[in-house]
Design a protein around this ligand. Structure first.
Ligand code: ASP
Ligand code: MG
Length: 455
């Protein structure tokens, strides 16, 4: 069996739902379990509706219209949809009267998005004579802790899923068991309250189902040809990465390329279940396969990503020389100001590190650090990351710097990640696109290094 996950944009309107239903149909023989996100930007709209309700306004019209119109266009009954929308309106009325929304009621509120989309899809599949049944995640075993808005699944989920969906997995063609269409993103805690797994959490729902059921593969369907060698908006010649490891994908996700939520990789990593990223607009293309380890020797560089708007902080102190505990002190200061550090490089007397621009309040941090070091804070930097086989770093670095030198670009910091799959460089935000372009050409262009390695 397989798990097929479709994100919000894949089910954004009736036309897309029909398209996805046809994709599901083409995999009917594989005994698919389907996972869906809420339609389009419904989750955002629900959160906005909560904000409006706090101000005393109920704004549900657009959400209601989208789901009712879609049901109409799909030609499916609206009974289930109507009762959920009614419940949603009551909830918003409650929020507007209390002028209060707790994390728990927020999760209850956004859960309607996924609950609505699976009902529409299941009804439409049935109207196409494909037996399907919508399942709310808690009905197929998803239990989480009570960290509302970003809950963790409890270990019991593994066994629960096997109990609920094992018979479907083990069934035979023609046994009449309906295709489960499961809500992504949501679960219930042990007290029975609805929780969510954090934004983008539908990926985790899919990988959890796939791992628990030992699926042949988990497919996550997007609107690009899988994982790409770089952002196609920067380099339009970006190519599909045929095969990548979980570690590589985690780095990609972290450094700005939203393939899969890093946390969502965990269950499949545990069982070695392969995850395939497929393009719903190019069904025949193999997409990208994510695996535990490479069987064949892959090209030295897998992909290049960039993350803009980061701040580079240089901390220089001669007192660091031969001292122990200096770095501990530096990181303590960052921790006490809740500023999380991304990339780090150190020398005998200095340490350079990057943090996200938006989140950080630097005044307090500067005050602390200046007690024992001189500080230079530079904003508007970018991290360009080469996801690669770090064992081959000498030749990668040589090629990288030769290419950058030719263009007269100097990078301001460089760090080789401990996960053995990334080399990160810092440049100005304004230069990031150029750096990515130059490096992509160097590795993946015609006559580039990857082409040479393939021979
Ligand atoms: N609908 C949720 C969100 O927008 C979950 C998901 O799409 O994975 O974050
Ligand atoms: Mg979404």
């Amino acid at each position: 069996m397989i798990v097929m996950k479709f994100g919000g944009s894949s089910v954004a309107n009736a036309e897309r739902i029909k398209h996805v239903a046809n994709i599901i149909k083409s995999f009917e023989d594989k005994r698919p379990v389907v996972v869906l996100s809420a339609m389009g930007d419904t989750t955002d709209h629900l959160l906005e509706a909560a904000e409006a309700a706090l101000e005393g306004t109920i704004t549900l019209d657009a959400i209601e219209k989208l789901h009712k119109d879609t049901a109409g266009e799909l030609g499916v009954p609206v009974t289930d949809i109507d009762s959920l929308l009614g419940e949603l309106r009551t909830l918003l009325t409650g929020i507007s009267m209390l002028r209060e929304v707790t994390p728990r009621s927020k999760d209850f509120l956004v859960s309607f998005g996924e609950r609505l989309s699976v009902r529409l899809m299941a009804a439409y599949l049935n109207s196409m004579n494909i037996r399907a049944a919508f399942r709310d995640a808690w009905d197929v075993g998803f239990v989480s802790d009570s960290s509302y808005t970003s809950a963790d699944l409890l270990p019991a989920t593994w066994e629960n899923i096997r109990k609920e969906l094992g018979p479907y997995r083990d069934g035979k063609k023609g046994d009449g068991l309906p295709i489960p269409v499961v809500t992504g993103f949501i679960a219930k805690d042990e007290k029975g309250f609805i929780t969510t797994l954090g934004r983008g959490g539908s990926d985790l729902t899919a990988t959890m189902l796939g791992a628990a059921l030992r699926a042949e593969e988990v497919q996550t369907w997007k609107d690009v040809d899988g994982i790409l060698t770089t952002d196609p908006r920067i380099v339009k010649e970006a190519k599909t990465v045929p095969i990548a490891t979980y570690d590589e994908v985690a780095e990609l996700a972290y450094f700005g390329s939203q393939v899969l939520h890093p946390r969502s990789m965990q269950p499949c990593l545990q069982t070695g279940t392969p995850v395939r990223v497929k393009n719903s607009y190019n069904i025949g293309a193999p997409g990208s396969l994510i695996v535990t380890r490479h069987e064949a020797k892959p090209p030295s560089v897998r992909a290049i990503t960039s993350k803009k708007s980061v701040t580079l902080i240089d901390i220089v102190s001669t007192r660091m020389l031969g001292q122990h505990g200096f770095l501990a002190k530096v990181f303590e200061s960052f921790a006490s100001h809740s500023i999380s550090v991304d990339v780090v490089a150190t020398s005998e007397v200095s340490v350079s590190l990057t943090v996200d621009n938006e989140k950080a309040h630097f005044a307090g941090l500067r005050h602390d650090l200046e007690k024992y070091a001189s500080i230079d804070i530079r904003k508007d930097k970018a991290i360009v990351t080469i996801i690669c086989d770090v064992k081959r770093s000498s030749s990668i670095l040589a090629a990288t710097f030769a290419a950058l030198e030719k263009e007269g670009i100097n990078v301001q910091m460089i760090s080789q990640g401990a996960s053995k799959v990334n080399i990160s460089m810092i440049c100005d935000s304004a230069e990031a696109q150029q750096v990515v372009g130059v490096l992509h050409e160097c590795y993946f262009g015609a006559g580039g290094i990857a082409a040479g390695e393939n021979q």
